[in-house]
Structures are given as C-alpha cells and as structure tokens.
Design a protein. Structure first.
Length: 84
C-alpha cells in the first residue's frame, strides 16, 4: 500500500507554507489514488496538530478523504484514509 508522509517539523512556524503543504499532499493523494497520508505535526504544545485538524475539517477538504485517524500510540501523528 502506497502512502505519503508529510513531516511538519521543519515548517512548524510558517503558517502559509503549512496550509500549502497540507493541500499539496491531499491533492497528490487524490490524483495518484494513494490510500493513506501520514501527517506528523509532532508532539510539542499541540498547537500545530490543532491547526492541521482545523485545516482537515474544512468542508472542501473533508469531502476529499474518507476517514481521519489519530494515532493512539503517538500523539504527534495523524493518518488520513482515502477511498478511491
């Protein structure tokens, strides 16, 4: 199973870049029919993870993926499942 991994550690403080990268991986997953995207906002204070969750909750983004999974073993990791 193919998956895309997006690690946000390097761009945690660049808001516009974060949104652009999130959008890019969602579009890439849809176009290439990739079933899973792993997003790593990191543990930190939780603010970056909240930002990612807000981005993913937008109606135009939410309709593109099937399911969002928070990793129960690693607080700093999210999985987005696609059904193509």
């Amino acid at each position: 199973m193919a998956k895309i991994v997006l690690d946000l550690h390097d761009i945690y403080d660049k808001g516009v870049t974060i949104d652009a990268e999130l959008n890019r991986v969602i579009v890439e997953a849809v176009e290439k029919k990739i079933a899973l995207v792993e997003i790593i906002p990191g543990k930190g204070s939780g603010q970056l993870k909240k930002r990612v969750l807000r981005f993913l909750a937008q109606p135009d983004i939410k309709k593109l993926y099937h399911r969002l999974e928070k990793d129960d073993k690693n607080f700093g990791r999210l999985f987005i499942h696609f059904r193509h």
